[in-house]
Design a binder for this molecule. Structure first.
Ligand SMILES: NC(=O)c1ccc[n+]([C@@H]2O[C@H](COP(=O)([O-])OP(=O)(O)OC[C@H]3O[C@@H](n4cnc5c(N)ncnc54)[C@H](OP(=O)(O)O)[C@@H]3O)[C@@H](O)[C@H]2O)c1
Length: 261
């Protein structure tokens, strides 16, 4: 039976495991977690282990902090990853580092985001040069349980993907806070202000996903000349909000590059 082993039962690892158990129930799913307390609280449908015991053909998903990679690799038996396909979701750990630390060229990087917990991640995947197409497809299938998957060949795109997709929900949430604050200030209670904001984001996201719709076409369509939205957009322009958001994305991507060394 096809086996997927997820290492690390933190926020992301446990979401991926739940997604796999619900979305691909025919697979054998193992979760490796050193903490006995965390192991005890895991989904009982998954096999749980304190350490990785390799089996040829494993898809090994590393959902551990980047600084834990060395110690994870040090604890492995010799050639443990030689017959596995390794997918790392660790921010800023390059394919070259993964390959040399784990002793295999069959490595992929994936950058999910926290919308994975509602099955709406935008995950960008970059396979190493020695990963066969069927292993890429297998990885895409596995990660599709947490949302949409986009594969890229150029690893340098992952820094931008970390900004737009990885940090995207947090950056959008920061902007959404202003909507909630404004609604609260105008007299809406907290639950109504939250519903107003989240429903506007949800509706906007769905319209943007329609064929042929772009952010610009949407805001132009909604702006009657001299109307309310036009005045709001003009104020955003005056305050250079577009430039500020671009600067934030550039800074986030730059930080992703720094972390990767
Ligand atoms: N959270 C996000 O939104 C997000 C988005 C994209 C990418 N990522 C990446 O996903 C990875 C995990 O993030 P997270 O937010 O899920 O972190 P987290 O909640 O801290 O989870 C990390 C887990 O890995 C376990 N762990 C540490 N060393 C291990 C080892 N040697 N073997 C097995 N398990 C080990 C930790 O156990 P202990 O607590 O017992 O040490 C913990 O359960 C990170 O590399 C991060 O860069 C996260």
């Amino acid at each position: 039976m096809e086996r997927i082993v997820v290492v690390g039962a933190g926020h992301m690892g446990s979401v991926i495991v739940h997604g796999l158990l619900d979305g691909l129930p025919h697979l054998e799913v193992v979760i490796v977690e050193p903490s006995a307390q965390r192991r005890a609280s895991l989904d009982s449908r998954a096999e749980v282990a304190a350490a990785y015991e390799p089996r040829p053909g494993d898809l090994l998903v590393l959902a551990i902090p980047p600084q834990a990679l060395e110690s994870f690799a040090d604890g492995l038996p010799p050639k443990a990853c030689a017959d596995a396909t390794v997918v790392s979701i660790m921010a800023g750990v390059r394919l070259e580092t993964l390959a040399s630390t784990l002793g295999t060229g069959a490595v992929l990087r994936a950058m999910p985001n926290l919308a994975a917990r509602v099955g709406q991640s935008m995950t960008v995947v970059c396979p190493g040069p020695r990963v066969p197409p069927e292993a890429v497809q297998r990885t895409e299938r596995a990660l599709s349980v947490i949302g949409r998957v986009l594969a890229v060949e150029d690893e340098s795109l992952l820094d931008a993907a970390t900004a737009v997709a990885g940090s995207g929900p947090a950056l959008v949430a920061y902007l959404a806070q202003s909507f909630t604050d404004f609604a609260r200030g105008a007299g809406f209670d907290a639950p109504d202000a939250a519903v107003l904001t989240s429903q506007v984001l949800r509706g906007t996201a769905e319209v943007l996903a329609e064929p042929g719709v772009t952010p610009e076409s949407l805001y132009r369509e909604a702006s009657t000349p001299h109307g309310t939205t036009a005045r709001g957009i003009a104020t955003l322009r005056e305050h250079r909000v577009g430039e500020s958001v671009r600067a934030a994305l550039e800074a986030t991507a730059e930080r992703a590059g720094e972390l990767a060394g």
